[in-house]
Design a protein around this ligand. Structure first.
Ligand code: HEC
Length: 147
């Protein structure tokens, strides 16, 4: 029973991200087809890019390669537009700064800190920020962690 409860809770949470953006119920009333034309926001597209890049970085690190170029497009996190109904706030701004800082550390070469730990630190900032407002993608993001 407990497990079932947890799963339904997770199911609800995983929708919380899009629901806030989504006046889906409103659109259904006025424009029945809007529902099928979900347009990811600039921020959502950037996040997907960060996810894919994270997968590549993870593989590089596992293969013993030092990632070389900090992806400058990640800086768009400071300006990209959100889905409708969402917006920037102080918590987001603080976590996005921390995320950029920890990302840059992955590309540093004169440091004593283990590359794997630097990568995982940064992924943990993704997860922590997501815990504050967009929990849906967390299980996916966790796949970026190097065990
Ligand atoms: C500063 C907070 C923050 C950080 C850091 C952050 N995210 Fe996000 N993420 C968000 C928010 C807010 C959204 C919802 C954006 C929207 O709907 O416009 C989002 C959306 C997403 C989505 C869903 C995109 C879609 O298709 O709707 C994925 C996947 C994602 N993030 C992955 C990541 C990954 C991977 C990282 C780290 C490499 C990361 N995020 C770092 C706040 C953050």
């Amino acid at each position: 029973m407990k497990g079932l409860y947890l799963w339904s809770l997770l199911a609800v949470l995983s929708f919380s991200c899009k629901d806030k953006s989504g006046s889906v119920s409103d659109s259904v009333k006025e424009e029945p087809f809007v529902y099928d034309m979900y347009q990811p926001s600039e921020m959502a597209l950037l996040m997907e890019e960060m996810y894919n890049h994270g997968l590549k970085t993870k593989q590089d690190i596992i293969d013993g390669k030092q990632p070389v170029d900090f992806p400058l497009e990640f800086l768009k996190i400071h300006s990209a537009e959100f889905s409708k109904g969402k917006g920037r706030n102080e918590i987001f701004d603080n976590f996005s700064k921390l995320f950029i800082e920890t990302q840059k550390q992955v590309y540093e070469t004169d440091t004593e800190i283990d590359l794997k730990d630097r990568h995982n630190n940064s992924v943990n900032v993704c997860i922590t920020c997501h815990q504050t407002e967009c929990t849906g993608p967390i299980p996916r993001i966790k796949k970026l962690l190097i065990q």
